[in-house]
Write a protein that binds this ligand. Structure first.
Ligand SMILES: O=CC(=O)O
Length: 312
């Protein structure tokens, strides 16, 4: 039996989609009165505190999101393997977001927009893409896909990750020693890291102060499409106001929805989207986990299992 447990959005369409693709395998929903001992798989997004109650025969926890931090932080997460969502359309969506924001900043969108508002004909010259270095933090599925999309556009690329990666066209830095060197040559910093105790708060004033200055006339840029807890928003506000950062594109926030009284809303060089850079598509996600459940029931191994020690 598959138990569907989705919070923050309507759970029923997910259960209906799984019921169709998995039939005759039974699919139930959180809160519908099923016997928890019959549950073999739970498909979860932001689980409530009692989400795993009584699930003594669990074979796997299936994460609706690519980011598994909400599961990993759950105080009663069972010992069963946790499987991440990995899909081509999800990676493409994220790379679309990154490309849009990187090119917008490289072409000095903020300057031209403010000149337009003031009816000013300012012929400032945007730097060539090849003279702008994009530094990607987190070189997993999403980081590598973003690099693959940005490379053909001419950007210089560097990546920073837990272990050094060998990726064509990307200068690789590894933690912890490589961090300052990585930042020192980065004009546009893109965060696609998993959220773990090691990466929480990594987008802070000290980090911003180490980015390269001089290539983008307004100052270096930060793009965060990973998790809000990666960023210190008070530091972002200060850095955007005092010119430490030229601009920021933020899809995620310490508190979501971003509170109406957050100063970030009104900062001209801050570009806000409501956690939509790479939303899991219902069909793609249901097809992916249906294949995984069916293969596993047939004796196959689970793919993309989270390493509990690493936290992703
Ligand atoms: O934030 C969305 C995800 O983790 O997929």
């Amino acid at each position: 039996m598959l138990l569907v447990h989705v919070t923050g959005q309507d759970q029923a369409p997910w259960a209906a989609a799984f019921a169709e693709t998995l039939a005759p395998y039974p699919v139930v929903q959180h809160g519908d009165g099923h016997d928890p001992a019959e549950v073999e798989y739970i498909f979860a997004w932001k689980p409530v505190p009692d989400a795993f109650e009584g699930l003594g025969n669990l074979k796997a926890v299936l994460s609706m999101g690519a980011g598994v931090d909400a599961l990993m932080q759950h105080p009663r997460l069972p010992a069963a393997p946790v499987v991440r969502f990995v899909a081509d359309d999800l990676s493409q969506r994220m790379s679309d977001y990154v490309v849009a924001h990187v090119t917008m900043h490289q072409r000095l969108f903020t300057s031209f927009r403010s000149a337009q508002r003031a009816h000013r004909w300012d012929q400032i010259k945007p730097p060539l893409a090849r003279d702008v270095t994009v530094g990607i933090m987190g070189m997993g599925e999403l980081g590598q896909r973003a690099a693959q999309s940005l490379g053909p556009l001419g950007f210089a690329l560097r990546g920073w990750s837990r272990s050094r990666k060998s990726i064509d066209g990307v200068t690789s830095f590894a933690e912890p020693d490589g961090f300052d060197a990585f930042l020192g040559g980065t004009d546009i910093l893109v965060n696609l890291l998993p959220l773990t105790p090691d990466t929480a708060g990594i987008l802070n004033r000290t980090t911003f102060g180490k980015l390269r200055r001089g290539v983008l006339p307004g100052g270096p840029v930060v793009i965060n499409a990973a998790r809000g807890k990666h960023q210190r928003e008070a530091d972002l506000v200060d850095a955007l106001r005092d010119g430490t950062l030229g601009a920021a594109s933020l899809d995620v926030f310490e508190t979501e929805p971003l509170p109406a009284d957050s100063p970030l809303w009104d900062i001209e060089n801050c570009y806000i989207t409501p956690h939509i850079s790479a939303v899991s598509d219902i069909k793609s996600c249901v097809d992916y986990f249906t294949r995984i459940i069916q293969a596993h029931e047939g004796g196959g191994a689970l793919p993309h299992v989270v390493d509990r020690a690493r936290g992703y």
